[in-house]
Design a protein around this ligand. Sequence first.
Ligand code: ZN
Length: 610
Amino acid sequence: MTTSPTNAHPATQQGGPAAGVRWDLSDLFASPDDPRLEAEIARSLDAARAFAARYRGRVGGLDGAALAEAVDALEALSEPLSRVLAYAGLLFAADTSAPRHGALLQHVQERASEIRNTLVFFELEWVALGDAEAERVLADPACARRRHWLASSRRYRPHVLSEPEERILEETANTGRRAFGRLFDEILGSLRFRLEHAGRSEELSEEEVLAKLYEPDRELRRAAAQALTQGLRQNARTLTFLFNTLVQDKAVTDRLRRYGDPMAERHLANEIEPAAVSALLAACEARFPLVARYYRLKAKLLGLPRLEEFDRYAPLPGKEGVRAFDEARRIVLDAYADFSPEMAGIAGQFFERRWIDAELRAGKRGGAFSASTVPDLHPYVLLNYTGNLRDVMTLAHELGHGVHQYLARGRGLFEQDTPLTTAETASVFGEMLVFRRLLKEEPDPRVRLALLCGKLEDAFATVFRQVVMTRFEERLHAARRGEGELETARVNALWLEVSRPMFGDAVHLSDDYGWWWLYIPHFVHSPFYCYAYAFGELLVLALIRRYDEEGAAFVPRYLELLAAGSSDSPPALLRRVGLDIGDPGFWDGGLALLEGLVDDAERAAASLQG
Ligand SMILES: [Zn+2]
């Protein structure tokens, strides 16, 4: 859910095509001054202390019924705190430049640490219980409703530390890892990129300069790429220090927690076998030639001998204008309604009840996300809507998350959020529905070709680019562990080394491109997040195939899958819709579907020229 942090937008860009579309956070709290904020924190803290007084030192002796009851109590006392955390996070995202938003977030995180520290004994005692003893308790039907939660929390058994150690790590994270993460957001949020083009010079935010890479004017794209490189170079020293610090912080934590591999912790959190991820990465790498094949076609369509890095997102001739936000809303809701009126109804509420913030605004965080809050409320969606087709897809994507989170609320706080691997299911599925709807509605074969190419480029960004990013992180963490603090130039070289093979000879990546790892927030906020996107996209292609085969019968099973949240492991939930992700050939099915789309694009291009 974390995405690229942003900047303020210059006065002329204020608002954009979604001007006035702001969320209403009053379902959570009235304002940062609302006295209920402190009251809710106190409610969680008091309940946490009472919980500790009741259960500390006794977890190992609880029977199934008592254990389930304890988890219920833990979940209930976590809700007031979760409500406050959600509010502080959303308020900060809406305006990162307001010092009091940052101060509130910091305050809430510190209080949250106090509560977590009061409760940490529970999981530690549960995890410390011997396997045979734990299995005996878990077999008790009286704890069936908490079985998955209890069983899966035991997977951390080899990696937890003693209670005093856990408490120290939790508290120091606020001035360590979490503080550096916020600093990254604030630096990127205040960064300005100087664009020199056609005799004019203007200062742009990160969001805006990246948007220029989608412009039809090649010189404008080139100038935007230069502005991006220049802005990143000027801040490279601070950002490189920040990356070095976080990568080393992870190395230390991994050592203390006995994780052998930098990715191991993420796999465990994702409830996925390392072998399944290796199979996914290898299957994608084996299809890199498909990427080069597509970009050769794109070069031909653009009339260029070879593409440069700033041509990758160039629109095809005769494509798009700016779409009003209401138009985007209609397209997405219609596409959702084709699939399921229930799904469209849920998505519609985000607009009607102001759960969405889409306008461009000074200080607002960049990128897009959907954030679940607490089960008795609803998620909130943030995006920065500039009106291009990609933003329509982003709207479809985030509303997919929104629908997923909304449906899974019924599972309660502990099971409403899925692991990353399946977190991207409904979002990518939603994009696919919108893509197909647009393709069907479009009479002009040139525009249909452009849509097809747009979908391929998105899919490549979601599958292959994320595989490249994962490989980059592997090398980055290995290099820092083996070589000590890294210079920017060294990391630039690593970034180019892993990026070039994907494009083969079809796209030339200049040395300037070497700097472009510096703004990617996933590396900062959630190491090794990226493969989950590839996982999600290929999974969705498999789901779409299933939908095509089964038609309307598939719809209720899909909605049930979403509503199941994380009540079981992803492989178990997916088996219910007939998918086996343990099969090493599984990933190739989705990749073959992408190859089919490239075939379609080549054919469409040939018939236009003929
Ligand atoms: Zn997403």
